[in-house]
Design a protein around this ligand. Structure first.
Ligand code: BG6
Ligand code: MG
Length: 217
């Protein structure tokens, strides 16, 4: 017996790993502007929208920029980021993730993406999952990004399911917060594994099967 009708996955850091590309592209911009930026600051950008990410980076800037300059910086970063994404391929989808997704689908779960990223459709295409999910809610369709629950509520709506019958899988604490605020159970992976608000604390993606089949851990 499965515990959830739908599973909503964050994309970056859960289905595939784009964090380092985000880091490289932001680092390039930060270096050009003479702003200190490191991997630790990059960790704070997980799940946060592009403009919110820029705001965090500019906390270390001595210069105050106008909105139009900020929007140019975000565009510049995104161009560099997209160039890095070109090298992604179906090889960036691990066998563990692929097999687990297929197993969840086999037991009748509907599968969706709930990502803050406006690049989500492109990333899904790169890794060979363009038409795989039953629903894709992403940064292009929302006004408020995580920790606001909007993207997960939209994904559940697209699946035609209530939040209570869906599980959200996240690697960011902002994403876990968004899930809980939206009325979803949440499973934390990676950085979010130790989040107290998560119902399941996963070390490996494959452990999701047990969580969905009813063994709490
Ligand atoms: C999230 C990432 O998935 O997408 C964040 O975790 C990123 O780090 C956000 O800022 C927005 O991404 P994009 O691709 O729209 O710039
Ligand atoms: Mg993530």
């Amino acid at each position: 017996m499965k515990k959830y009708e739908g599973i909503i996955f964050d994309l970056d850091g859960v289905i595939c790993h784009t964090d380092h590309y985000h880091y490289l592209a932001w680092k390039q911009l930060a270096d050009r502007l003479g702003i200190y930026f490191d991997e630790q600051i990059n960790n704070r950008l997980r799940g946060v929208s592009r403009m919110e990410s820029l705001k965090i980076i500019l906390e270390n800037s001595k210069v105050i920029y106008t909105d139009s300059e900020k929007s140019k910086f975000a565009q510049e970063k995104n161009q560099d980021y997209r160039q890095l994404l070109v090298q992604m391929s179906p090889a960036d989808l691990s066998a563990e993730v692929k097999d687990t997704l297929n197993a969840l689908r086999k037991i009748g779960c509907k599968l969706a993406i709930g990502s803050s990223s406006k690049n989500a459709p492109y990333i899904l295409e790169r890794i060979g999952l363009k038409n795989y999910f039953d629903a894709v809610a992403d940064g292009n369709q929302i006004e408020y990004s995580k920790p606001n629950p909007q993207v997960f509520l939209l994904a559940a709506q697209q699946l035609n399911l209530a939040p209570e019958s869906c599980l959200v899988v996240e690697d960011a604490s902002t994403g876990i917060e968004a899930a809980v605020r939206g009325g979803f159970d949440a499973a934390g992976l990676g950085d979010a594994r130790t989040c107290a608000a998560a119902k399941y604390h996963l070390t490996e993606f494959v452990e999701l099967k047990e969580a969905v089949m009813g063994n709490d851990n």
